[in-house]
Design a protein. Structure first.
Length: 202
């Protein structure tokens, strides 16, 4: 079983993507569709009451909470952006799929979508989504540390081991001399790392 969270801006194609990729035995959470079932409102009606929103949200959290325990082939969870609470409920093994479309593509689709009556509201939501996304990307770039390395590869060969590369051993919780700088590597830093075919480890 796989849990797949599909997210993106308004008109980014989330529901379409899931419908094209989900199987007959899969389970799907689609906020707009569920709200339509619970009320007499159209799928993209923006005049939902507080009580209708509250009930839909309660069901959403219940779905996410139980997703890990349900024996389905795939479980799809559609949302605009997964909150930390949703990520916690879906579990560490959930796959996150963001719709790869531009802001302009979403705005163009909105203009042609007659089911979304409140164009100004949906346009604002699209612009807010991409403004937040661009802000997060800039923050990641600002916090990114760039390192350059000069290194030599020393290979040895013997009958027992064949050809192998020599290098500097890791000593946990102690300064490791990497040539141009020293670094302390925490114990357990490589616990979940597959080192069967390591050629150059930084």
């Amino acid at each position: 079983m796989a849990i797949k969270c599909v997210y993106g801006a308004v008109c980014s194609g989330k529901s379409t993507y899931v419908q094209e990729n989900a199987g007959e035995n899969d389970l799907i959470w689609d906020y707009d569709h569920i709200r339509t079932v619970l009320t007499k409102r159209d799928e993209h009606d923006t005049s939902t009451t507080d009580a209708q929103i509250e009930m839909t949200n309660k069901l959403r959290y219940t779905f996410a909470f139980n997703a890990k325990d349900i024996d389905a082939e795939n479980i799809w969870f559609i949302c605009s952006k997964p909150t930390e609470r949703i990520k916690e409920l879906l579990g560490d093994d959930a796959e996150y799929i963001e719709m790869d479309v531009t802001e302009q593509e979403c705005l163009d689709r909105l203009a042609k979508d007659d089911s979304r009556k409140d164009k100004k509201l949906f346009e604002r939501l699209i612009k807010e989504y991409y403004a937040d996304k661009n802000r997060r990307n800039r923050t990641m770039q600002d916090n990114m540390e760039i390192r350059a390395f000069n290194f030599e590869v020393r290979a040895q060969n013997d009958e027992e081991h064949g050809t192998y590369i020599e290098g500097t051993p890791i000593v946990y919780d102690s300064w490791t001399d990497l040539g141009w700088y020293d670094e302390v590597i925490d114990r357990g830093a490589l616990d979940d790392t597959d080192l069967k075919d390591v050629r150059f480890l930084v």
